[in-house]
Design a protein around this ligand. Sequence first.
Ligand code: ADP
Length: 625
Amino acid sequence: MLFRPRLLHLPALLLIFAALTAGAALLTFRYSLMLGLADLQATGSHRLNLYATSLEREIDKYAYFPTTLGLERDVLQLLATPNPGLAQVEQVNNYLEQLNERAGSLSIYILDRKGKVMASSNWRRADSFIGEDLSFRPYFREAMDKGSGRFFGIGTTRGEPGYYLSSALADHQETLGVAVVKVGLKQLEKSWSTVEAPALVSDENGVVILASVPGWKFTTLKPLDDASRRAFDNSLQYNRQALNPLGVVELADLEHGARLVRLPRTEPKMVSVFPVAGEFVAQTQPLPGTPWNITVFSPQEQVRRNAADRAGIAGAGAAFLFILAVMLNERRRHLKDRLAAQEALQKANDELERKVAERTADLSSANEQLQQEVAERIQAERTLRAAQEELVQAGKLAVIGQLAAGVAHELNQPLAALRTLSGNARKFLARGNQETASSNLERIDDLVDRMGELTAQLKSFARKSTGTPRPVPVRRAVENALFLLEQRLKQARVVACIDLPEKDLNAWCDPNRLEQVLVNLAGNALDAMEGQPEPGLEISARRAGDRVQIQVRDRGPGIPTEVLSRLFEPFFTTKEAGSGLGLGLAISAGIVADFGGTLSGDNHPDGGAVFTLDIPVAPEDKQHD
Ligand code: ADP
């Protein structure tokens, strides 16, 4: 995964990053420095003890020398003798010389009570102390006053620095003089040959009298005031050395009396293995048996460097951890986002599936409902159709009923004629008039044919038709209808006027039903024209495109406006009860609609009603065009 911090958070992240890194580095630096300094202090104080002990031991080596001289009879005698002889002095001088050589000290000498040098190890040298008055030297006065003295000073004769150890020489409680051993600094410094850090010994005046760095010797730890300088000049303690300040800058006080100091750059920068300039932890302690202080400087450069190194590592570590944390966080967030997206997707998917299932269920239930509805519709339509069929049939029977009187009359006439003709024929046969008899029989045949035709027509009209469309010659339908109504037309004295195209016109319908409609329309016309002085019936047909229009027009009173709008309403009739059911036009309109046609009724501009049948032309006729 890539490390992709959100851009918005970048400045904040960088800030935290910087703060964290710097904080970790700083803390580590300080902690490490603290530990380092503590460590340094521990080492320092260890060194301090070591150096002090070795120095003390070195001094102690000589400490008993002056005292032992008080045990020497020759020495005491020399001091007790007011004007000793040369030989006596020489004897002591020799002794002191030998002792000095053995001990490795700078010089050993004896002073009388006034401070005059009576005998000295360096008696052979031209600059020998013998005869010198050293009563001004503090070590003499200290020994005289307190029995012993210690003093650091630079020799007045040879300008050699040294540590003077003095002791009063007494015989029977009487102080005769003072014995002095001067120990060279080199002797003492030898004990420091192995030191690992710069160290110095400062005397009670703050003057460096011993140092592991040669340049530090005879410098001061604190600047001297004029009074002290004058006093030193008088005592010749430092033999007019410049006594420049070492230039130690105190930086801070640490724990357990340690101080943080800076040492100035001096030449050389390094002495043996240790640096002599820079920052140090300074630790001081008094040197037992002396008024001196010993100071050890432990360089803290390394500690600082270590602390800085550790700080660097800690900073880098913190940076690494931070980046790791940010990356992990990013990864966690990324995973969370992905998980959330997955969940959202899953949820959306579930929702979709649920909706689809719901819709499917809805759809299938709707489908079922629809199917049920369709089935119900079909059932209803079937029932309706059956009812319609029944109705059509009932209508037909009603027409037949209406025709019955006419038909009976139609049949009665030929029957009567048949009776007459057959009776006459029998008579003519009995008379032997076969010719006339045969002519009568021929007429009988004609009448029977005509009766057969009528009953056949009635039978055909009355039968239940399927309603299946087929090409129907319009002329035949019109003629059949009029044939059925022949008796009524005759009675009403109406001559039907037929106006059809010469060419055969075929309509696409059921012939039986078309006849039924035409019988209905013509029957209504005859009804309407009852009692009219000039009745008239016109049946015309014509082709209009893919349609066949058949019009039935009468010369009756026409249709009143209030009746016009209710013409096709079932059971609407203006006729007396028993004469009409009000179903004729309703059934006719239904039949025509079944063929895919229309039936409309209106008043003719020249008077009378006109009904128009509009039905499809037979397909064959269409192709013939
Ligand atoms: P019915 O003949 O039994 O009354 P129809 O449905 O055939 O039923 O006719 C409904 C009505 O339409 C008739 O009662 C009549 O008032 C009117 N009608 C039908 N044909 C004509 C016509 N040719 N002239 C005037 N009125 C007519």
